[in-house]
Write a protein that binds this ligand. Structure first.
Ligand code: NAD
Length: 260
């Protein structure tokens, strides 16, 4: 399948990586549902996509709320005639060493990354199965789905967990021609990463330049950040892949930071 005329619901799509995926999918002819905790920004992003000639609607959705997820997914399916692609992308970052990590912050991280992925998957699969026209579920993992970094215990735990969810969905959903895959980006300069640079500098007692060069990009082949467009192109490829031959995989896009 290609994404042309397909309905794609993207969470966390009012900023950063999710927004770029929304732009690239709309340009490719998908009907894009911009779902985000920030309702005003979701609506404004959808408006931008329509102004550029795309088809889009904005939905306010906290991915940790079963009620909001179900309402948003059902409203989108009603408006656009079903759901073909889910990009479960909403996420945040909180950095602290394990021995100081607030329990509430740990639970919030797991809720956004794992409960959010579960709830949106459950809600979207119901539509995909009932429609009987296949589909694609894409999780926004990270190189941290494969590797650990200091200060990021719940993030690393959740991103590893997404691979388990993906593989299970791949097995269950194959009968309905629905594929599930994980995208694992390296560092991308979005608000999520900009916020971490001074935080990590303070926590590690090094300069911001050193965080970028010696922590974030140290293991890349060329010292380059991955871009939102790099990630969006991979999402487009996975969402448009024509069969479930490509399922249960985690694909790393990281300038060689992690090689498998
Ligand atoms: P971002 O901060 O630019 O965007 C995240 C979006 O998610 C925001 O619009 C925010 O409002 C939304 N959001 C936050 N909590 C939400 C909730 N409970 N419900 C719905 N929406 C919510 O961040 P980004 O860098 O674009 O990150 C997007 C995803 O990519 C995240 O899952 C992140 O872990 C992952 N990722 C990012 C990088 C990176 O370097 N930026 C690398 C690998 C993976």
């Amino acid at each position: 399948m290609t994404v042309k005329n397909k309905v794609a619901l993207i969470t966390g799509a009012a900023s950063g990586i999710g927004k770029e995926i929304a732009v690239v999918f709309a340009r490719a002819g998908a009907k894009v549902v911009v779902a985000d905790l920030n309702r005003d920004a979701a609506i404004a992003t959808a408006q931008e996509l329509r102004a550029a000639g795309g088809e889009a609607m904005g939905v306010g959705m906290d991915v940790t709320s079963e009620e909001q997820v179900n309402e948003g997914v059902d409203a989108a399916a009603k408006e656009f005639g079903g759901i073909d692609v889910l990009v479960s992308n909403a996420g945040i970052q909180i950095v602290q060493p394990v021995h100081e990590f607030e329990f509430a912050a740990w639970k919030r991280m797991l809720a956004i990354h794992l409960d959010g992925a579960f709830l949106t998957t459950k809600a979207c699969l119901k539509h995909m199965y009932a429609q009987g026209r296949g589909g694609s579920v894409i999780y926004m993992g990270s190189v941290h789905s494969k590797e650990a970094s200091k200060l990021k215990a719940p993030y690393v735990t959740a991103k590893h967990g997404l691979i388990g969810l993906c593989k299970t969905v791949a097995k269950e959903a194959a009968a309905y021609k629905v594929a599930a895959n994980v995208i694992c980006p390296g560092f991308v300069r979005t608000p999520l990463v900009e916020k971490q640079i001074p935080e990590q500098a303070a926590a590690l007692g090094i300069s911001e330049e050193a965080v970028i060069k010696n922590v974030m990009l140290k293991e890349t082949v060329d010292g380059e950040f991955t871009t939102t467009d790099d990630v969006a192109e991979l999402a487009l490829f996975l969402a448009g892949f024509p069969s479930t031959a490509l399922t249960g995989q985690s694909v790393v896009v990281s300038h060689g930071w992690f090689m498998q």
